[in-house]
Write a protein that binds this ligand. Sequence first.
Ligand SMILES: Nc1ncnc2c1ncn2[C@@H]1O[C@H](COP(=O)(O)OP(=O)(O)O)[C@@H](O)[C@H]1O
Ligand SMILES: [Mg+2]
Length: 324
Amino acid sequence: MPTALLVPPSAAHQDVLDAVLRARLRAQQQQTVDPLFSDPEGLLRQYGRILSAVPGAGDIPFEMWDHLPRMLQVWSEHRLTIVLKSRQIGISWLLAAYALCVAREQYGANVLMLSMGEDEAADLLDKARFIESRLPPRFRARKGRDNRSELEFPESRSRIVALPATKDAGRGQTATLVVLDEYASHAYAEESFLSIKPTIDAGGRMLVVSTAKGYGGAFADLWDAAGGMAITKSEGAFWEPKDKMPGPNGYYPVFVDWTADPRRDQAWYDAKKSETPPGKMAQEYPSNPEEAFIKSGRPVFDYDVVKSFDPVAPRRGYLHTYAS
Ligand SMILES: Nc1ncnc2c1ncn2[C@@H]1O[C@H](COP(=O)(O)OP(=O)(O)O)[C@@H](O)[C@H]1O
Ligand SMILES: [Mg+2]
């Protein structure tokens, strides 16, 4: 009886086997990855739909407001980004669309979305699910796990996971993209950052997004360390560093002011101000980064009054103390 001997492949033979395997994997990846998802702006312009919170509006076309294309550009150009924003300017919808594109574009992508609590995280994932559900059928993919906290695309072996920002959120995972939405309101902002940050240290991306919530706290510290207070208006409602370089801590700081929604004007602002508690308007709808932080929370001094004072040159001299 002839016996089959298992002979280990020679080095040359092994190289050929490896090359064949790599080529097969590449072909498989190309098959599952649609170029549409490498261009989130194009995807949104052509097929973007959102579910409007405006009563009776429902399923509406995604409008490409002026600050949104530059925002997408910054997110793809910089590995680490921090965004200070005014409320209701379409950033959560944009985050959801971007997360979906990363999950559909990159084979094996692991996208983690962290929000204040389970409900907010599920809501952000639902936005991604909604955008995907409104794409033409040829661009839609088969789903694996599809529930409140996960949306999985088995063909590209990728997934989006929505997590509440607990102390050990994401610990032990490797992520392609991490999104922290409304970070200033996360209960364990510092602890969850410490556990989530290592997930992208192998080269993943991190988007930290929030409205301000008083000066101090993990979001304000990260903003300060990114040189956020020094950025200037670049176009329309969009503010960024003049030299277009990330700040000292490696994060690229962006501020988007209250004018970002094109339907807003001074009359809108004044009406909103009249129904908003004093001191909160600047937090929710800031005109500049300083205002967002200084006036938000519970300021000791009224920012408008302090701003109205004329600075006076200090009188310098010596204080002599005499022994009596
Ligand atoms: N691109 C868009 N086109 C049209 N309406 C939008 C768009 N993005 C957001 N909206 C409207 O603004 C509301 C708030 O959007 P959201 O993304 O939650 O804002 P933010 O996260 O900046 O507070 C949505 O419910 C929707 O009505
Ligand atoms: Mg939001």
